[in-house]
Structure formats: structure tokens, C-alpha cells
Write a protein that binds this ligand. Structure first.
Ligand code: TPP
Ligand code: MG
Length: 662
């Protein structure tokens, strides 16, 4: 290890290091290794390049910074604290404590300046790609010569673990294909992960892999060489057509007695090693104090950021004068407001022939696309099946960043995190789609969306065994309930075209992730003029009887039609039953008790639920005496109606169940 002379830069870097190390020691848990090794590159990036204004953390044209290796959170908190984001030193001391602003892994908006939630390795990598896509999309729509409203970089620090994860390979592949030149990733190339040396499991030539993806790559041999890091970032920024990866050879736990070992990855240094580390850095200050000159240095950077935002505000003011309509639209979009009258564009399905909910969704998307020019999305190579293509919207490609159809390729996992990155970038309304069964391939991204309330819309079609011939590999069973089990995610399984339209409207206005489960097969269009009002409530009485019902049938999606059929037969035998359409458990749960009791009166104990999926969980709605008709085994390859019948999803089964419990 080389000795360094204590200039201000060095004092700043060592301040970041020691704040992080002391926070981890105080919490008696956390990850000191990454901050000790990666602080120099983070410092160079944050003070020499990152366009940000700590006084206005949400300034729209700021550069985005993602700490994809979220376990290095203590370094991020030190940077935010020193940069003047208003993260008090008390909060740094409160690292990892209940309800602090400094949780174990960064959580979006837990503190000003934390762009995104990271920790599950690879997610940050993917989200950064989404942010870079969002930047190009907005830039291509709004920038005019001499009036550039959007022009920012997306940076991330990524680790060995990030680059081992499949999601980052998927995301890197599409980022290279799209030529996202304003994406710059610094790779904390420390040759260590939890089980030891990367020699154990990660020996490919990473830079050559990224070159093959179409990335611009560089290597910095010494992670403490500030000049070399600066030079590399400069070159990466100058490369306009390719995303950049800079592998910076660092040493995990640098300066501590445990440097270059896995044990410094995720354990506090402890008193002895902490003391030795202080000696190495000639650090004479007590914990959480920083030397003179450090805050001043960061304050200069913050001032510069403030000036840059001020310049941008002047650009915006001129833009408003020259292009008032565009400016108004821009400002509405970045504030997340929908334009007035957007609902007028919606299609009408009354009296329509039977139509699958995926097709109804497709028509809705296309109508919405006209009113909402920031609606952008696509599918993991299933657009023609998931009906998510925007007609005439153009393809988002390297030579057309204004295209509104994203072709994610067969990369569900990256699609999920890219959609999340686009959503939290702001300015657009993104969606991604695939078959419901493959939601499993992107579940970690859905979970991050739920954790951070990202406005990501996931369109999942082919939502039951009713999809038919493709067979059990393609037929979802446990997916509906497993998505419902995820806190913060709203799942909607509409029963017909009108509920589908209402589901889209609800999803657009909701400040959080929504998953739509849509049918492949055609479904009759219900006479539900009130669908939009009812859908919001999650469940409603779709069809009642004149007399007090003896039983209630609850159904979702395609099975609502079975429920109606069963109701007809039961009525003909003088058994009055009510049919409740329940497109969303979460929305129904959010209603007050009075409404829920009006739909499912507690006095009516005879209840049958029917849904072509796993039965788990349904007893909460049908109660102990109720019955659930579902599928707790795999489907089969055959025409959809046959599979439904063979797996017991029939009106007869519903009728039988009602009679039995009565
Ligand atoms: C998806 C996922 N799997 C596993 C983990 C647990 N984990 C945290 S860090 C890490 C690997 C550490 O290696 P590296 O990314 O190189 O970080 P470094 O030790 O160099 O700081 C693992 C497996 C995780 N956070 N996310
Ligand atoms: Mg590592």
C-alpha cells in the first residue's frame, strides 16, 4: 500500500472512509469493506463530475447516482452527509437503527439524495439502465437547439456481486444494444466477495464480456489514483455512443488490518482493527468528526451544483417563453400529473363482442397513448401476444430515442428493473409485460418496485390454465396468490374489457406498482357501466338477486363468467345467490368495514370463491364455512376449455359447492 500526502482531497476521502467505518462499528453491524476501498472513486465522481444540488435533491436534470452494491450504504450516507443533503451526523450515528434515515441498505427517499433502493445485487445495475433510457426519451422529446431541458448522466458503482448476477448481464446487453452513451458505471473491482476470492467463482474477463455487449471499457489499475479515475470518467463521458464500464482495481477494507479479505466485507472492524485503521490513515479525530477543510470542500461542490441548477432554471424560463405548450406538458409530466381531459380518449366496450382482457388492455393502451405521450413500454419479446405495442409509436432504438415501444428482448428480469428505473427517474409512465407465469423471472424487480412504491405497471397476460395448449410450463398456478402476498403491490385481475379499462385508469393514477393479470381467451363484456367506480373498491356486487341471497359466489377474472352462469342455474332452482366480482384483494382490503360488509355481509356464511389458480388465501374471504374452487396442481397441454374442465373450474363445480354448503 502506498503512503499518500494529506491534501484536502485525501482528507475528504478519508473522512468518508472513517464516517462509514465508525457508523458500522457503532451499529455493530454493516459493511466497512466497500467504503474503505471505493471511497476514492466515489469522491472523484461526486465532487468532479456529478451534477447535483444538495439543496434541491429532486432537481429534475440532476445526474442520477445509483449505489448498486447497496451493502456499501455507509459510504453513501457519508457522502450525503458531507455534501450537505441535510442528513445530520446523528443519522449517520443511527446507522441501521429502527426508523433512522440510514437503513442497512439504501432505501429510496429514506434520506434526501438516495435515488433508489438497492441491496439485492444487480437491481441497481438494471435500474440505472432504465434511468438512462428515461433520460434519452425525455431529451429526444423536449430538447430544442440551445434549449436542452434534459441532459444528464446516470452513474453507478457496481461490485463483483452485481456483475455476477444475471440481471446485470441482461441489462448490460440491452444497454449496449441501445447505445446508451450517457451511462457510466464504475466497477469496484476488488477481487473479493463473501466466500473469498473471486477466483472461486468469477474468473471470466469481465471487460471483454462488456466489450462484446457493445460497451466502452477502461481499466484503472490503482483505485487510489485520483488522477487516473478522473481521466477515465472524462473519457467515459466523452464516449457518446456506448455505455461505459470502468473497472477500478480496489482493495476491499483498504487501510484496515483486514484489507483484501472477505472478512472485512460485512463485519464491523471492531476496536482493535478500528484503531489500527485510524493509525494507517493518521486519523486523530474522534468518531464522526471531520478535519477542517473537508466540509468547506464539499460546500464548494454544493455551491457549484446550485449554480448549475440556477442556469438550468434560466433555460427552462426561456423554454417556457419559446415553447409554452411543450413547457407546460414537460412540467406536468415531471410532476407526475396527467393532462386534463386524458380520459376522453378512452375506448368504449359496451355492446362489444367477447374480447380477451389482454386485447382490451391493448386497445386501452393505444387509446391512452394518444392522450399520454409519456406512456412508454414494451414486452420481453411477447408484444404481439401481450398486446402491448403502441401502434405508430415507433421503436425505441439507438437511432430513435423518441420511440415508445421498448423491445426488451427475452430479458424479463432486466425488464422489471429497467421499468423501475424509468419509473423513479420521473417524467414517464412505463410498463413492461410478459406472460403471468414468467413474472417469476422478474419477481426481484417487482419486489423492489413494491418496496419503494415505484410507479411501474406490469402487464401479465395468459393468466390461467385457460391459455391452453402451451401446457403446464406456461400455465400459472401459484402466481396470483404469490403476487398478492407481496406487500405494496396491487394486483388486479379484471373480469372483462370494462374492468380492464378501469384497471388501467386506476393504475395510471396510483402512486405505486400495479400488476394486471389478463386473459388470453375471449370473455363476454359485462354490462357494468359502473365498472370504474366499482373497480376502485376492489370488489363489488356484480349481480344480485331480488330476495336476500342465501349464498355468495366470489370470482375474479375469467371465472366471473362461470360464477354468473352458476348463478343463473341456481336461480332457476330458486336458490338466490349473489355474484361478487373481486378484481383486487388489495383494493378491497383498503375499503372501510361498512363497504366490505355491504359486499360480503357477515350474516351470509355460505360463500364460494372461484379462481383458476392456487386456493391459498381465499379462506379469508369465504370464511371457515366457505368453499374455494381453484387449482392446486399443475395444468396440462390441451385446449383451454378442456384444461379448465379437467382441473375442475366449471359452473357445475360452483353449483355443487353452493348446494353442499347450503
Ligand atoms: C441477490 C443477492 N444475493 C446475495 C446477496 C448477499 N450478498 C451481499 S454482498 C454479496 C457479495 C459481495 O461481493 P461484492 O459484490 O464483490 O462486494 P464486496 O464484498 O466486494 O463489497 C452477497 C452475496 C445480495 N445482497 N443480493
Ligand atoms: Mg467484491
Amino acid at each position: 500500500m502506498t503512503k499518500r500526502k494529506p491534501d484536502v482531497d485525501q482528507l475528504c476521502i478519508d473522512s468518508i472512509r472513517m464516517l462509514a467505518v465508525d457508523a458500522v462499528d457503532r451499529a455493530r453491524s454493516g459493511h466497512p469493506g466497500l467504503p474503505l476501498g471505493a471511497s476514492p472513486m466515489a469522491y472523484v465522481l461526486w465532487t468532479k463530475f456529478l451534477k447535483h444540488n444538495p439543496k434541491d435533491p429532486l432537481w429534475f436534470d440532476r445526474d442520477r447516482f445509483v449505489l448498486s452494491a447497496g451493502h456499501g450504504s455507509a459510504m453513501l450516507y457519508a457522502l450525503l452527509h458531507l455534501s450537505g443533503y441535510g442528513l445530520a451526523v446523528e443519522e449517520v450515528k443511527n446507522f441501521r437503527q429502527y426508523e433512522s434515515q440510514t437503513p442497512g441498505h439504501p432505501e429510496r427517499a429514506c434520506a434526501p439524495g438516495v435515488e433508489t433502493t438497492t441491496g439485492p445485487l444487480g437491481q441497481g445495475f438494471g435500474m440505472g439502465v432504465g434511468m438512462a433510457i428515461a433520460e434519452r426519451f425525455m431529451a429526444s422529446r423536449y430538447n430544442r437547439p440551445g434549449a436542452e431541458l434534459i441532459d444528464h448522466f446516470t452513474y453507478a458503482i457496481v461490485s463483483d456481486g452485481d456483475l455476477m448476477e444475471g440481471v446485470s448481464s441482461e441489462a448490460a446487453s440491452i444497454a449496449g444494444h441501445l447505445g446508451l452513451g450517457k451511462l457510466v458505471y464504475l466497477y469496484d473491482d476488488n477481487h473479493i466477495s463473501i466466500e473469498g476470492s473471486t477466483e472461486l467463482a468469477f474468473t471470466e474477463d469481465v471487460l471483454r464480456r462488456f466489450e462484446a455487449y457493445g460497451w466502452h471499457t477502461q481499466r484503472v489499475k490503482d483505485g487510489n489514483d485520483l488522477g487516473a479515475i478522473e481521466g477515465a470518467i472524462k473519457k467515459a463521458r466523452a464516449e457518446k455512443k456506448r455505455p461505459s464500464l470502468i473497472a477500478v482495481r480496489t482493495h476491499i477494507g483498504f487501510g484496515s488490518p483486514k484489507h483484501d479479505t472477505a472478512s472485512v466485507h460485512g463485519e464491523p472492524l471492531g476496536p482493535d482493527a478500528n484503531k489500527a485503521t485510524r493509525e494507517f490513515f493518521k486519523w486523530r479525530l474522534p468518531p464522526f468528526e471531520v478535519p477542517e477543510g473537508v466540509r468547506e470542500r464539499f460546500a464548494l461542490v454544493a455551491e457549484e451544483g446550485g449554480r448549475r441548477e440556477e442556469e438550468w432554471r434560466q433555460v427552462l424560463a426561456r423554454y417556457r417563453e419559446r415553447y409554452p405548450q411543450d413547457a407546460a406538458r414537460f412540467e406536468a409530466e415531471i410532476a407526475g400529473r396527467l393532462p386534463g381531459g386524458w380520459e376522453e380518449a378512452l375506448p368504449r366496450f359496451e355492446g362489444s363482442k367477447p374480447i380477451s382482457t389482454r386485447a382490451a388492455s391493448g386497445k386501452t393502451i393505444n387509446a391512452l397513448a394518444k392522450a399520454l405521450p409519456n406512456l412508454i413500454g414494451g414486452s420481453a419479446d411477447l408484444g404481439p401476444s401481450t398486446k402491448t405495442l403502441i401502434d405508430g409509436g415507433g421503436d425505441f432504438e439507438a437511432d430513435n430515442f423518441s420511440g415508445r415501444n421498448l423491445h426488451f428482448g427475452v430479458r424479463e428480469h432486466a425488464m422489471g428493473s429497467i421499468v423501475n428505473g424509468m419509473a423513479i427517474h420521473g417524467g414517464l409512465i412505463p410498463y413492461g409485460s410478459t406472460f403471468l407465469v414468467f413474472s417469476d423471472y422478474m419477481r426481484p424487480a417487482i419486489r423492489i418496485a413494491a418496496l419503494m412504491s415505484a410507479h411501474s405497471i406490469f402487464v401479465f397476460t395468459h393468466d390461467s390454465v385457460g391459455l391452453g395448449e402451451d401446457g403446464p410450463t406456461h400455465q400459472p398456478i401459484e402466481h396470483l396468490v404469490s403476487l398478492r402476498a407481496m406487500p405494496g403491490l396491487v394486483l388486479i385481475r379484471p373480469a372483462d374489457a370494462n374492468e380492464t379499462l378501469s384497471a388501467w385508469c386506476w393504475a395510471l393514477a396510483h402512486d405505486g406498482p400495479v400488476a394486471l393479470a389478463l386473459s388470453r381467451q375471449n370473455l363476454p363484456v359485462l354490462d357494468s357501466g359502473a365498472a370504474s367506480d366499482c373497480l376502485k373498491k376492489g370488489a363489488y356486487v356484480l349481480s344480485d338477486c331480488e330476495r336476500e341471497p342465501q349464498a355468495i359466489i366470489i370470482a375474479t377474472g375469467s371465472e366471473v363468467h362461470l360464477a354468473l352462469e352458476a348463478q343463473g342455474w341456481l336461480l332457476s332452482e330458486d336458490i338466490p345467490v349473489r355474484v361478487v366480482s373481486m378484481p383486487s384483494w388489495e383494493l378491497f382490503e383498503a375499503q372501510d368495514q361498512a363497504y366490505r360488509d355491504s359486499v360480503l355481509p357477515p350474516r351470509i356464511k355460505a360463500r364460494v370463491a372461484v379462481e383458476a389458480g392456487a386456493t391459498v388465501g381465499w379462506h379469508r374471504w369465504v370464511g371457515d364455512c366457505g368453499r374455494v374452487i381453484g387449482i392446486d396442481r399443475f395444468g396440462a397441454s390441451a385446449p383451454g376449455e378442456i384444461v379448465m374442465e379437467k382441473r375442475g373450474i366449471t359452473a357445475d363445480a360452483v353449483i355443487k359447492a353452493v348446494k353442499e354448503i347450503l
